[in-house]
Design a protein around this ligand. Structure first.
Ligand code: ZN
Length: 237
């Protein structure tokens, strides 16, 4: 009996010993809180809430988490990966929520205030930088997270892609899994560890914002991210 169980027991113990801390970076900060949602809520609030759910999910999987910019104090982008690495993180994941170009927003009234929405855009997207020294691992994890998010039933946001002529947008790294190259994203290119940025959904889409504000979508996203990190080897158990 013990001989049969030992290999899996050792694997489990090794998994505990090898657990690499994951940095969960809360995108933006209080003074400049990112995009404004269709209902007038700052992106930072969404990033903070999803980061909390994700951190709890990873903790349940016995993965040490380093929250970066949690209190909304991180004004300096380069400081984010520095702080993560100083805290021993072996992977950097930046959490954001998506918007669209100014010209694509349309006005509408909500509780007596003029808000702006773009209901034609939806879905998640992932970003890696070719300037990150660990591009291969970054891309493998972005793909794995994208695959898990798709399996969870979430659509891919395609509106950041360059047109056929190659102008006006980003190049796909893996279109099928929702992964773009965004070489000059500061937190990705200045990180020395594998790094991925997640846009969890489009908060200027009135329907999707309602979903993104709910526990169900956050739990679904966090579980998919954890599954992706397991499939690309960051989480070993
Ligand atoms: Zn953002």
């Amino acid at each position: 009996m013990i001989r049969r169980l030992l290999p899996s027991l050792l694997t489990a113990l090794a998994g505990v010993a090898q657990a690499v801390p994951v940095a969960v970076d809360v995108g933006h900060y209080l003074e400049r809180p990112g995009a404004t949602s269709a209902y007038g809520i700052a992106e930072f609030e969404y990033n903070q809430s999803l980061s909390a759910v994700l951190a709890a999910r990873l903790a349940m999987d016995h993965v040490p988490v380093r929250l970066i910019g949690w209190r909304g104090e991180m004004a300096e982008l380069r400081e984010r990966p520095r702080q993560a690495e100083a805290a021993g993180a072996g992977f950097f994941l930046s959490i954001h929520h998506d918007s669209v170009q100014e010209s694509q927003l349309a006005p509408w009234q909500w509780r007596g205030r003029v808000m702006r929405h773009a209901d034609g855009f939806a879905g998640f997207s992932l970003y890696v930088s070719r300037l990150n020294p660990r591009l291969e691992q970054s891309l493998a994890c972005a793909r794995a997270m994208g695959a898990a998010l798709r399996e969870a039933g979430l659509p891919i946001a395609t509106h950041h892609a360059a047109t056929a002529s190659g102008s006006g947008g980003l190049e796909w790294a893996d279109e099928a899994q929702g992964v773009y190259y965004y070489d000059n994203l500061v937190v990705l290119k200045t990180a020395n560890v594998p790094a991925v940025l997640l846009e969890a959904g489009v908060i200027v889409n009135r329907d999707e914002e309602r979903q993104l504000a709910g526990a169900e979508r956050r739990t679904l996203t966090a579980a998919a991210v954890a599954r992706g990190l397991r499939n690309c080897g960051v989480i070993r158990r």
